[in-house]
Write a protein that binds this ligand. Sequence first.
Ligand code: GSH
Length: 158
Amino acid sequence: MYARNRPKNDGVDWLIDLMEAWVFVALIGVYLMLNWLKNRFFPEEMPAAQHTERIAHLIKTNPVFVVSKATCPFCRQTLNTLGGLGAKPSVLDVQQEQEGNLLQKAVMNMTGQRTVPQIFIGGKFIGGNSELNRVEPTKLQQMLKEAQDAKGEHEIQL
Ligand SMILES: N[C@@H](CCC(=O)N[C@@H](CS)C(=O)NCC(=O)O)C(=O)O
């Protein structure tokens, strides 16, 4: 390693190479150990079946369902857009929930989207606020009407 930058034939090339390799191995070892300690003493909380079931139930039984946070401007925009079209979304504010963090993770596991809002119309996952804004207003209105007319148990489409 780096042999071209060093005076040639100093007789300790192999020793320096060996030490460099060991430093590298030791750094990987330290990284793995710290990672293990973190997982051992601060394990990441995972959503349980009950969180996923609650979310699935809310998606299925509400014509329009939004996972939201009161402090999120995108969520406010989404609720304004939907409200402006006459929809009455059911809102799950994960900041108001005792296990909101886990509920948010449960939704995330279902949709693959990390952010809020998460919007469902007629059991179908629309996306976030940006995706909602991309739906043509007449199409959106039609989707909302169909979802409202169908009410009750929607088939979940993610
Ligand atoms: N492109 C997304 C942006 C949404 C976004 O960035 N939301 C923020 C809150 S305002 C978020 O979810 N941050 C992570 C979190 O709060 O867990 C959308 O239009 O919905």
